[in-house]
Design a protein around this ligand. Structure first.
Ligand SMILES: *Cc1c(COP(=O)(O)O)cnc(C)c1O
Length: 197
């Protein structure tokens, strides 16, 4: 589980760390840097950037994180290649549901995109990520997760050294149970962790 702390302050994020949570996520560069700074005593935290990343911000963040969940363009990958001091574990974000408002590559583009990443040795594609449609019912959500899993298995079966693609980042507070049933290996949970009462 990756705990998404974007809706809480560092004090609450720290309570999770005290409870044993080791993976923290933010969707914005500035917020991640702020939290990392205030939790800098806690050296064993793994930091995940789960939101869209602008190319001009890559140099600020890329060496501060352990994992990036929203790789979706070659130009972004090239910027990571240029700025990263070590290999970065990345998920390719796939827009399975095809909503225009969503980031991510389309399922049709996925394989050519992955081919383009060959030779960028700082970009290590450990898996695929998606977000379910916002107001979909359970069977629609399940279909999206199931399609992502099929894509992930197809990429994994290519046996690319730079893209082992063994992981699936899918499922949030609303839909993590369905995501786990469909094979999620990383769930990104925010609000459900912080509900009061
Ligand atoms: C906010 C966010 C989450 C967590 O959402 P919750 O509904 O609060 O669990 C997961 N993934 C991404 C990309 C997010 O932006």
């Amino acid at each position: 589980m990756v705990a998404v702390t974007k809706s809480v302050d560092s004090t609450e994020a720290n309570e999770l760390v005290e409870l044993g949570v080791r993976n923290l996520a933010e969707n914005r560069v500035d917020k991640l840097l702020e939290k990392k700074q205030s939790l800098s005593q806690k050296q064993h935290i793994k930091w995940h950037l789960i939101g869209n990343l602008q190319r001009r911000k890559v140099k600020l963040i890329i060496n501060e994180i352990d994992c990036f969940h929203a790789l979706d363009s070659l130009r972004l990958a090239q910027e990571i290649q240029k700025r990263a001091e070590h290999q970065i574990d990345c998920f390719i974000e796939v827009n399975v549901s095809g909503e225009e408002s969503k980031h991510g590559v389309s399922p049709e583009e996925l394989f050519s995109f992955i081919k383009e990443l060959e030779g960028l040795d700082k970009v290590h594609v450990i898996g695929l990520m998606t977000m379910a449609p916002y107001d979909a019912n359970e069977s629609e959500v399940r279909a999206v997760f199931s399609e992502l899993r099929q894509l992930q298995e197809s990429v994994r079966d290519l046996n690319l050294q730079y893209a082992p693609c063994t992981e699936l980042s899918m499922g949030m507070s609303q839909d993590f149970k369905t995501a786990i049933e469909e094979g999620a290996t990383f769930v990104r949970i925010g609000t459900a962790l912080f509900k009061k009462g």
